[in-house]
Design a protein around this ligand. Sequence first.
Ligand code: FES
Length: 223
Amino acid sequence: MGNWQLEKYDQPQALTKEVLKELRHGRTAGLSRRQLIRRSLGAGVGLWFLEVLGGTLGFLWPNLAGGFGSKVILGDLDTVAASPANTDATLRDGAPSYFPEARTFVQLIDPNRGFQPGESIDGDGEAVNVRAMYQRCPHLGCKPNFCLTNYWFECPCHGSRYDRIGTKILELGPAPRGLDRFSVSVDGSGVLTVDTAKLTLGPLPVALGQPGIIPARSPGSCI
Ligand code: FES
């Protein structure tokens, strides 16, 4: 027999029916297309769920943490007076305290009296002798400063002026109303709590010289 009749050992063999069937139904190495699709869908749903969870926690977090957007306990009169907005004057001088965590200025309605137990849902504060004002100017949202020259709030952006308890002076600046107010309560121990989830819009401006405005202490200003 000559060599021409021998088959080489590494020559490809023809695929028989059985071999083709085995290839078609046998397990493939790595991921099949179906597995890949299933896993991709699973990963997508998982990511969506994490996003929803993160968003929900982000939305609720201020309420859970006791920060802005929830009730903030500020303390008794001495504690509140120890956080003055201006270092040279305190609540008893008629100047506000400031609490960045509640984004609020706190002011005694009558500086000669302390907090009175009770609550003021609409933030007017007359009944408890304390008012908590949102730090945001109702015009375009800048933060007014308390000016120790005239004892008024003055907005540095467009010059709106408010008296010491947040009433807008009609002629001075473009803001459409007084500073907005948070709900407040004072418990039997004289501890003040501000509910920063409950905001009441400030009242309409009052013209200079009309009742309802606490006059400036001097004609000067800080801006
Ligand atoms: Fe305060 Fe414009 S933002 S006056």
